[in-house]
Ligand binder design. Structure first.
Ligand SMILES: Nc1nc2c(ncn2[C@@H]2O[C@H](COP(=O)(O)OP(=O)(O)OP(=O)(O)O)[C@@H](O)[C@H]2O)c(=O)[nH]1
Ligand SMILES: [Mg+2]
Length: 303
């Protein structure tokens, strides 16, 4: 373990009321060989003694600007002085022993290396894991990626890339935004399996947060793939079109009544909806092709 030189890495730990966990997390990170001065704890206004517990380990603790986890990462992005930034949660879910594997991978030439969570026994309820799977699936479809775990809370980013991220999403959508930025700009992305343990301290996240992230993944599509977004919206015309069409057909066949205007409206809505749907599919494929070409070009550029 001691063979890795961590001088170009900063470990950033965003925390909000993690007094129960942060001390142990820091002990683990130090034991993994990361120098004390290369650890940065970004606090979001904890009131439970988190800051004191972190400071007692002799690491740098700063108060974040703004609110939520995204603003904490944004604050860190400005402060980090090394070439690579590793972000990990401060709730003891990610074993620090995996820092080495992520760092070694990043140094092979990746802009983003995500810790792909292998869920430990009872580490998270089923609904949380399914939510993660669903969000990753939506993300992969929209961004032409083949990631296993977009929302992991442990990942390494090249600091220069992290600084380019617009940080338009708030709170827990920061991971999807970083991944979207990387995928959307042809950055090289890799994954390394990491163990995921049950958190220490009280769980704060619920289904509401998952829905918020889903909404933000859709918003990210608007930013990185607007044509797809617009045509997808257009394809929603299919719903009233088909409903109205069925209603008109029902009356035509069962009561003999013919509704001309409603019938015509149904045809127009359905036709417009179908066209939008097809264009959405084409826009998505063109975008994915663009992303792949961009990624290949960047890759060639590096060699
Ligand atoms: N600085 C800062 N850190 C935050 C904020 N909100 C959450 N965090 C930290 O971000 C990390 C991830 O948050 P968690 O609450 O563990 O989110 P989660 O892992 O999706 O959900 P859990 O199942 O509750 O663990 C933890 O270290 C939190 O303490 C915030 O507003 N500011
Ligand atoms: Mg957690």
């Amino acid at each position: 373990m001691g063979s890795v030189d961590y001088s170009d890495l900063t470990v950033v730990i965003p925390v909000f009321n993690e007094a129960e966990a942060i001390g142990l997390v820091l002990d683990e990170v130090l034991a993994a060989g990361v120098p004390r001065e290369r650890i940065l704890v970004v606090d979001g206004g904890s009131t439970d003694g988190t800051v004191e517990a972190a400071s007692s380990r002799g690491v740098r603790v700063v108060q974040q600007e703004g609110r939520g986890k995204a603003d904490a990462v944004k604050t860190a992005a400005r402060l980090v002085e090394t070439g690579f930034t590793l972000i990990m949660d401060g709730d003891y879910t990610y074993p620090a022993g995996f820092i080495q594997a992520l760092y070694v991978k990043a140094r092979e030439g990746y802009d983003l290396v995500v810790g792909w969570r292998r869920w430990g026994e009872g580490s998270q309820p089923l609904v949380y894991r399914l939510g993660n799977k669903l969000l990753t699936f939506v993300f992969n479809t929209l961004f032409a990626t083949r990631l296993h775990d977009v929302l992991s809370g442990m990942y390494i980013v090249k600091t220069s890339v992290l600084r380019e991220v617009p940080f338009e999403m708030k709170g827990f959508s920061v991971e999807s935004e970083i991944a979207a930025y990387a995928a959307g700009t042809g950055a090289r992305v890799a994954e390394v399996p990491v163990e995921y343990r049950r958190r220490l301290g009280r769980k704060k996240l619920g289904v509401r947060h998952g829905l918020r992230i889903l909404l933000d993944v859709v918003r990210l599509t608007w930013r990185y793939s607007p044509a797809f977004f617009i045509f997808t919206l257009g394809s929603l015309l299919l719903i009233p079109g088909l409903a109205l069409g069925s209603w008109v057909a029902y009356h035509y066949f069962f009561t003999g009544t013919v509704y001309h205007v409603k019938g015509l409206t149904a045809v127009i809505l359905t036709a417009a909806g179908l066209q939008s749907l097809l264009l959405a599919v084409i826009a998505l494929y063109m975008k994915r092709m663009e992303l792949r070409i961009l990624s290949t070009l960047k890759h060639i550029d590096q060699h």
